[in-house]
Design a protein around this ligand. Structure first.
Ligand SMILES: Nc1nc2c(c(=O)[nH]1)N[C@H]1C(S)=C(S)[C@@H](COP(=O)(O)O)O[C@H]1N2
Ligand SMILES: [Mo]
Length: 199
């Protein structure tokens, strides 16, 4: 259902519930990758959480598949202005993973096969707000969309949802990841249009 609202100068602009400011709807699924798609054989896949004290907890693929998973439907918003509403995924909640580590850290750096990184505050990964997803739309997650597994943290711009994720480093201080060091916003709330530093 579309709602018509008045924009500046009395012009009528269309807005769609669930669509953050400055975004448009897309029905396909664009691929945005800063480099080549890494191919990770499942027998070499590992996911590791390293705490601020240097302790770590790792899962191999079979161990990860044995964890309780959730099916969930969320809206995703790319900083290049496309949004996709009602996407369906299957993955393991970060709450489930964080239950198995001891930490008081407020910040995290998410790491990927291939070297991509992005920073996300700890609280934005907890309380049902983030998953390590391995299925999209009922199918195994395609390599170009981050398969075998990717982070999905839908309430932040989609660059925070690291593809080919292989670990999360828990930190006491915030640090910029790949795009953040290149001028993207440290937090990236699509509802506040936090696209670039200074927004
Ligand atoms: N490892 C990795 N993760 C990444 C990226 C990337 O280049 N490498 N691009 C990010 C950006 S900018 C976006 S918009 C989404 C795109 O995900 P998609 O290709 O599945 O649409 O992945 C994010 N995660
Ligand atoms: Mo993006």
């Amino acid at each position: 259902m579309a709602i018509i609202s008045k924009g500046f100068g009395g012009r009528r602009r269309e807005s769609v519930p669930g669509l953050p400011p400055g975004q448009y709807l897309t029905h396909d699924f664009p691929v945005l990758s800063a480099g080549p798609t890494p191919r990770i054989p499942l027998d070499r896949w590992r996911f590791t959480i390293q705490t601020e004290t240097g302790d770590s907890k790792s899962w191999n693929w079979d161990e990860f598949m044995a964890l309780p998973a959730e099916d969930y439907t969320v809206d995703i918003h790319c900083v290049t202005k496309w949004s996709k509403l009602g996407t369906t995924w299957r993955g393991v909640s970060l709450d489930t993973l964080m239950e198995q580590v001891e930490s008081a850290a407020d910040y995290t750096m998410v790491h990927s096969f291939g070297g991509y990184t992005t920073n996300v505050p700890m609280e934005d990964l907890l309380d049902g707000k983030a998953w390590i997803a391995y299925k999209f739309d009922g199918e195994d997650l395609a390599p170009e969309h981050g398969g075998p597994a990717r982070l999905v943290v839908p309430h932040l711009y989609f660059w925070k949802s690291a593809k080919w994720v292989n670990g999360i480093q828990l930190m006491n201080e915030d640090e910029p990841g790949f795009w953040e060091a290149a001028g993207y916003h440290m937090y990236g709330d699509p509802w506040l249009e936090q696209r670039y530093q200074g927004d």
